[in-house]
Design a protein. Structure first.
Length: 809
């Protein structure tokens, strides 16, 4: 067909009819979009067969179009091989913008290159859909058509281009802060929401985006997006798509038969909310991105009912579980597993498209198994690993039976699973996220008694609530969503006024749960330990309720008591009182006393008073006193309580040394020790330790020691410790030593230590030494030590030595 062919308004070309494709496995069709200088002229194309096979490494020179059909109506027409071919309005507009004035353009367009007339079950579509990975992967460019330049979409795309290229937008009319609606409108266009476009950019090696006449590189588009503040709900949808576009630059050359890089299970989760016309497309559109060797049961076949397809998919994803379904969109997965913890926080950033950073907080059983951070573990997953609803996230619905809440056994786990179409008219809105709980009640009722299930789940919910509150985050809505599936009718569900309301309501919530559980299920000790460690009011509330409803069968262990004595919160003493009121003869060992003595919270002394109030003959050892002297929080108050309980406590040389080392309230601790025992043995080691104390109270510690024992000799070791002190009070400590004993023993070794001092006050220490002793021996070794010094004030140290002895460096 000649590009200059003209059709009379009275001539209507016949309708186009497809010829069968050749039988070769990698054959498809392409179109030549013929040029025309007249933009209003009819669009003319030539359709021809094309072999996708690789031949001697030759490049394929076609471009593949990625777009959405929009309405299924086809009011527009083009001339295809001299015949009339009807197309959608959106495709017609795209071809108008893609048509060049002088050169033909070779394109692959699904609506033209695949025979759509034979329906989804047709033989051609069944063969062509698996080829789409090869088609888009081998294209010279994949062109994303976002639509016409309405609502400033073209200007928004142009600004994103400028941002992505790092241009100065100061004098650009379409400024970033004033046109957020244009960006949001552009990113909310149908293309970003459609499931089929994912494979089209997910395998491409070069992507361009078009809106109207604006045409920009895909990588530049992603760089520009990073510089725009995108709402989290929109980012969770656009981010994973941008992740695919951005990675186009880094994809290797495609080889026929190769697979993707993401598992089908991850893909289904990442793109579950993208729109599809047919339910089957939620799977088939993702197959070309998958790294899995696709089983025969997952090959595209629209003649199979979706219920059967989804069951096959879930059996593939969960081979060790059983899958049942009696609904079009919903399936029930039954398996076994452990409860390890919960997701506490989720971070999603535009600068890291397609990724979420999660904070996973482990439950108390996991924490008891080793050295695991109580604040949780950070990990990275592909977005959206957690789906956000009202600034919170949807938890998978779990029903359990048998056993107690621990890691010692597997639980029966029941998952209700659904892939919505994701269309605008879908009922899957944030307010309905818990509808899945009631979707398959017959499956839940098949488990051993529903009441017992709720009892088993109570402690898990309670543990998560405690952990969430421990994180000190105001996640009231998240807690509401957590407890709502378990049928709790309580004001906490309607409340959303923050953590304070949550604390006030927790008592009633816990009471309702724990009373319902009865006494037939044991309380895990780990839960009691974690409740004893919570210093706020809800810790005390939970402890009282646990003991009230389960105290008859629960013996408080020493681990629980130690957890309470180490509690640094304001309710720590009250929790300990609750324990004593429940069980008068609590196991309080010397180790428990040491935990209390080391408590650095401001209520540590009150915890000790509670211990002594309820148990009179507690053994206060020298080690307990040493721990109190080491306490950098409220050590003086704790020592006072210990001495009030037992006046003649043994204060050893080691206890004095530890007090001299204390960088908190060291002087006050020493004062308490000397007030209760005047003739304490102050050793050379204690003076040296105080001289090396890098805290802000080092000088005062020395003054207290010299005040109580005036004739203490200062050894060379103490001077050397002061010379090496890298704290801000090192020079002052050295001055205190010289004022106490003018003729201090300053050796060459002491000078060498001062010359090596890498603290910010090393030069001042040298100046003090030279001020009090003018004839110090500056040896070659001292000069070499200064030369080796790499600290921030090394130059000043060398200058001081040069001034004093003329040393050269």
């Amino acid at each position: 067909m000649s590009p200059n062919s003209e059709y009379s308004s009275h001539t209507i070309p016949p309708l186009f009819r497809y010829s069968p494709l050749p039988p070769e496995p990698y054959t498809t069709r392409m179109i030549r979009l013929l040029p025309n200088k007249d933009r209003s002229a009819p669009i003319q194309c030539e359709l021809f067969d094309y072999d996708l096979s690789e031949v001697d490494g030759e490049m394929h020179l076609y471009q593949a179009l990625s777009y959405v059909w929009g309405s299924e109506l086809k009011p527009e027409s083009i001339i295809l091989n001299g015949c009339t071919f009807h197309v959608t309005k959106n495709l017609h507009t795209a071809l108008l913008y893609l048509r060049n004035r002088q050169l033909e353009r070779m394109l692959w367009v699904d609506a033209i290159c695949i025979n759509q007339d034979e329906g989804d079950e047709g033989a051609e579509k069944t063969k062509q859909i698996p080829l789409m990975r090869a088609i888009y992967a081998q294209a010279q460019h994949v062109i994303v058509w976002l639509g016409e330049a309405t609502e400033n979409g073209d200007k928004a795309l142009e600004t994103i281009r400028r941002l992505g290229e790092g241009q100065d937008l100061t004098n650009y009319i379409f400024k970033v802060p004033d046109d957020d609606d244009a960006y949001l409108g552009l990113l909310n266009r149908d293309w970003f929401n459609h499931i089929w476009v994912l494979q089209e950019v997910g395998v491409a090696r070069s992507v361009y985006l078009m809106c109207g006449s604006v045409y920009i590189n895909g990588h530049v588009f992603c760089e520009g997006l990073k510089r725009i503040e995108i709402p989290s709900n929109l980012l969770s949808r656009v981010g994973p798509v941008a992740y695919l576009i951005r990675n186009a630059l880094y994809r290797p050359k495609y080889k026929l038969g190769s697979r993707g890089s993401i598992s089908i299970a991850e893909l289904v989760g990442m793109y579950q909310n993208h729109r599809a016309t047919k339910q089957h497309d939620k799977l088939y559109a993702l197959l070309s991105l998958s790294t899995d060797p696709i089983a025969a049961t997952l090959q595209p076949n629209y003649s199979i009912p979706w219920k059967e397809v989804s069951t096959q998919l879930l059996n593939y994803m969960f081979p060790e579980c059983s899958v049942e379904s009696d609904r079009a969109e919903t399936a029930v997965i039954k398996g076994k597993g452990w409860i390890l913890g919960h997701v506490a926080t989720v971070q999603e950033k535009a600068s890291e498209f397609g990724k979420q950073k999660l904070l996973v907080v482990f439950n108390c059983k996991i924490l008891s198994m080793g050295d695991i951070n109580r604040r949780g573990m950070e990990c990275e997953v592909r977005a959206p690993g957690v789906t956000f609803y009202r600034n919170n996230f949807e938890g998978r619905q779990i029903a359990m039976s048998h056993g107690r809440y621990s890691m010692d056994c597997l639980y029966d786990v029941l998952l209700t699973w659904k892939i919505p179409l994701g269309r605008a008219e879908s009922n899957d809105k944030p307010g309905n996220v818990f509808a899945l709980v009631d979707t398959a009640p017959e499956y839940r009722n098949m488990q051993a008694e529903a009441g017992k299930n709720q009892k088993n789940v109570t402690l898990i919910v309670l543990d998560i609530v405690i952990s969430a509150l421990e994180q000190e985050t105001s996640q009231t809505e998240g807690l509401q969503q957590l407890i709502r599936p378990f049928g709790i009718k309580h004001p906490i569900i309607e409340s959303s006024t923050g953590l304070v309301v949550c604390e006030e309501s927790l008592e009633k919530l816990s009471q309702e749960h724990l009373r319902y559980r009865g006494n037939d299920l044991p309380v895990p000790e780990e839960l009691v330990i974690i409740a004893a460690a919570i210093g706020k009011s809800y810790g005390c509330i939970i402890m009282e309720l646990l003991l009230k409803y389960h105290g008859a069968n629960f013996l408080i262990s020493e681990e629980v008591v130690k957890s309470a004595t180490g509690n640094q919160g304001s309710y720590g003493p009250k929790i300990l009182e609750v324990l004593f009121q429940h069980q008068r003869d609590l196991p309080v060992s010397e180790e428990t006393l040491r935990v209390a003595a080391g408590n650095q919270g401001c209520y540590g002394s009150q915890i000790l008073e509670v211990l002594f109030q309820y148990q009179e003959n507690l053994p206060v050892s020298e080690e307990t006193l040493r721990v109190a002297a080491e306490n950098q929080g409220y050590g003086p108050q704790i020592l006072e309580v210990l001495f009030q309980y037992q006046e003649n406590l043994p204060v050893s040389e080691e206890t004095l040394r530890v007090a001299a080392e204390n960088q908190g309230y060291g002087p006050q601790i020493l004062e308490v020790l000397f007030q209760h025992q005047e003739s304490l043995p102050v050793s050379e080691e204690a003076i040296s330790t105080a001289a090396g104390n890098q805290g802000g109270y080092g000088p005062q510690i020395l003054e207290v020691l010299f005040q109580y024992q005036e004739n203490l000799p200062v050894s060379e070791k103490a001077v050397r410790a002061a010379a090496g002190n890298q704290g801000s009070f090192g020079p002052v400590i050295l001055e205190v030593l010289f004022q106490h004993q003018k003729n201090l023993p300053v050796s060459e070794e002491t000078l060498r230590v001062a010359a090596e001092n890498q603290g910010s006050y090393g030069p001042e220490i040298l100046e003090v030494l030279f001020q009090y002793q003018r004839d110090l021996p500056v040896s070659e070794e001292v000069i070499q030590a200064a030369a080796r010094n790499t600290g921030p004030c090394a130059f000043e140290i060398r200058e001081a030595l040069t001034r004093y002895c003329g040393a050269s460096f």
